[in-house]
Design a protein around this ligand. Structure first.
Ligand code: SAH
Length: 347
């Protein structure tokens, strides 16, 4: 039997392992959980409050496996990007982004590759390989937190599931990871510090909403069904009005809003007419728009929008009374856009 990676277990699953497999008292769960998620233990020998006998027996049954950092890139602007290798050799990316308050936001991957095949996205073009596990998703946080601590840099504060993959296509691992992030004897990340970026899958969004664990950011990228179907054909299998109806019932507290991401592709969806259609679609909804200038890669099928056009687009939305921001493009010198680093490495 392959030893299990203890990082893949939720608290409840770890408890079952401790009691049933190890034949140990229940309180050991808490001890091991703290070693894993608070004290960065990577070997059982480190777990000094377990008996010697237990410590030597554990390696036959289990291991503690972190994703392996194979490349670290630091950008001029403070962004740090890691290429991580999983136990089977698969590669994923995670990025630390300094935020205005000096703390860091971490961008997390949830799948190796992605099945959505959006026409502008590097990861989408790679196709889907597999889902990441609970331990692999949260392992990115262990790696990021350790790096910041070792470098004497500020702590992590926010998390965006905006890396490789479609998080809502890996719903079980995502929900378990969100729950584990909150554990006060574990990673102890305050409630609702996570945003899940998605193409918008209604059934899964309903489940995310009911959990109250995170808010969604929707990769809209087009104001009409027709244009959306052209640039993200698989995502657009969910008709726009169905997606909007689902978001209108997403449970939110008074000051919360849904984020719509709008990727501006030069000459495709960046005209003022598109801005007008977008305003019409969103103007009486509780939301904010995050405009992203397309990050053109080598042999990309689209071009970046004009800088002036991006600003005109933003201004139009403000003039209609909407909240819009232009996402700062960070880490361009280290290929920090979705899938770019991996794409370069596998070339
Ligand atoms: N699958 C999820 C999360 C991962 S993609 C989603 O679609 O939301 C995270 C964001 O990066 C999405 O809004 C995606 O459309 C955007 N993106 C993908 N390729 C990009 C590129 N080359 N330049 C800028 N943004 C890109």
């Amino acid at each position: 039997m392959q030893p299990i990676n203890l990082l893949d277990l939720t608290y409840d699953a770890l408890e079952a392992f401790v009691v049933e497999t190890l034949g140990q008292p229940r309180f050991r769960t808490d001890q091991i959980w703290r070693w894993l998620w608070q004290k960065d233990a990577r070997s059982f020998q480190d777990m000094t409050n377990l008996s010697k006998d237990l410590r030597s027996r554990l390696p036959e049954l289990a291991r503690v496996h972190w994703p392996e950092v194979t490349e670290t890139h630091r950008s001029q602007d403070g962004t740090v990007k890691f290429l991580l290798q999983l136990h089977d050799g698969c590669l994923v990316e995670t990025v630390l982004i300094p935020s205005v308050q000096g703390r860091y936001t971490q961008c997390l991957s949830t799948q190796v590759g992605c099945a959505m095949a959006c026409t502008f996205c590097n990861t989408g073009q790679m196709g889907f390989e597999r889902n990441m596990t609970h331990g692999e998703i949260l392992g990115q946080i262990l790696v990021g937190r350790r790096f910041l601590l070792d470098q004497g840099l500020p702590e992590l504060r926010n998390f965006v599931f905006m890396g490789m993959g479609e998080p809502l296509n890996n719903l079980e691992a995502l929900m378990n990871a969100l729950r584990s992030m909150n554990s006060d004897t574990g990673l102890n990340i305050s409630w609702r510090r996570a945003t899940v970026s998605t193409v918008g899958l209604p059934k899964q969004l309903d489940i995310l909403g009911a959990s109250e664990l995170a808010l969604p950011a929707i990769s809209l990228h087009a104001p009409t069904q027709e244009l959306r179907a052209q640039i993200m054909p698989k995502a657009a299998r969910v008709p726009l009005d169905e997606l909007m109806a689902c978001l209108d019932r997403f449970p939110m507290r008074p000051r919360e809003r849904i984020t719509f991401e709008y990727l501006l592709l030069g000459g495709v969806n960046d005209s003022l007419e598109h801005a007008r259609q977008l305003a019409k679609l969103l103007s009486n909804r509780r939301c904010k728009v995050n405009l992203i200038a397309y990050n053109a890669t080598d042999d990309a099928p689209y071009s970046a929008p004009d800088r002036d056009q991006v600003e005109r687009f933003e201004k139009y939305l403000w003039d209609q009374g909407m909240t819009a921001t232009i996402r700062r493009s960070m880490g361009a010198d280290i290929k920090a856009a979705c899938g770019q680093l991996k794409a370069q490495t596998i070339k």
